[in-house]
Design a protein around this ligand. Structure first.
Ligand code: SAM
Length: 283
């Protein structure tokens, strides 16, 4: 396991993933009933932007830093940016990962589980949340956690699956894990992040989900530059059972999610070819 998220924290992919995540959690909070949040590939929860890793790549400069400088913001970014500012300081010195955003937004009655397999990152994750009684951190495989922790007793939940894609079989594991998890807990909202590099690879992944995926599966994609199979030029998110806040359509028939992603494509563009798209894989 070579991947360390600190090099990439706050980049365009994190912005897309975390903006969507905060909207999904906001939606869950509309009902009084408690819910369960599971982060299968959690990372450490917080990255020091002045640290060696974040400074080495500077990726956050083309991500969260651009949003904080934007003169006008898309209205759907409010919950994300409120959380980032509350957790990361102003000026921003730290970038909150998905576990920190989840813990910040969850209520006293909600329950959270974070899994991380890298021993050092799992230790940092544990230390970051040891005082939060709602949170359980686990040094364990995220795919095993899906089997062990679903369905949640609350019968309401959001599951973020955010692997590093270091293994060749990651896509196949995802399709299998999602099918099994949704059999156990069909009404959960699943969010699976995937990179956009070689379009034939992500295309095959979407095709498999279209054939074998659970009902109500939506793919959202953000390209920040023209496709180049040799590097990550965009970021994708699979959403199973996406909430209405993302799927509702405006007078022109455009979904709220696509309106947000179009805005992000314009704001986070790193070259020609920046664009967004959505595709319902299963009805
Ligand atoms: N979800 C985090 C966020 O949004 O802030 C970022 C997670 S990062 C993309 C992926 C993490 O998964 C890495 O920290 C890596 O060590 C961890 N990891 C890799 N394989 C894993 C596995 N099988 N189970 C759990 N964690 C794993």
């Amino acid at each position: 396991m070579n991947y360390r998220h600190a090099y990439h924290a706050g980049n365009f992919a994190d912005v897309m993933k975390h903006a969507l995540l905060t909207l999904v959690i906001e939606h869950m909070k509309k009902k009084d009933k408690p819910f369960f949040l599971l982060d299968t590939h959690a990372g450490t929860g917080m990255t020091d932007l002045a640290g060696e890793e974040a400074q080495k790549t500077g990726e956050y400069q083309n991500g969260i830093a651009r949003l904080l400088e934007a003169p006008v913001l898309h209205p759907l970014l409010a919950p994300y940016l409120d959380a980032v500012r509350a957790l990361g300081g102003a000026p921003l010195t730290r970038y909150p990962g998905s576990p920190a955003l989840m813990a910040h937004m969850a209520r006293a009655e909600d329950r959270l589980a974070f899994c991380e397999l890298h021993p050092e990152d799992a230790n940092t994750l544990r230390a970051n949340f040891r005082r939060d009684a709602r949170v359980k951190t686990h040094e364990m495989d995220g795919y095993t956690a899906l089997k062990a922790m679903l369905p949640p007793k609350e019968r309401r939940g959001v599951i973020l699956i955010d692997p590093p894609f270091e293994q060749r079989d990651e896509y196949a594991r995802l399709v299998e894990a999602l099918a099994e998890a949704s059999r156990r807990f069909a009404t959960g909202t699943y969010m699976i992040w995937y990179p956009l590099k070689d379009p034939s690879v992500s295309g095959e992944f979407l095709e498999r989900l279209a054939n074998d995926g659970p009902p109500k599966t939506l793919a959202l994609e953000l390209q920040v530059m023209a496709t180049d199979p040799m590097r990550m030029t965009g970021s994708g998110m699979i959403l199973v059972n996406p909430p209405f806040v993302l799927t509702e359509r405006d007078g022109n028939g455009k979904s709220a999610a696509l309106s947000l992603l179009d805005w992000l494509a314009a704001t986070l563009a790193q070259g020609p070819g920046a664009r967004a798209r959505e595709e319902w894989l299963t009805a």
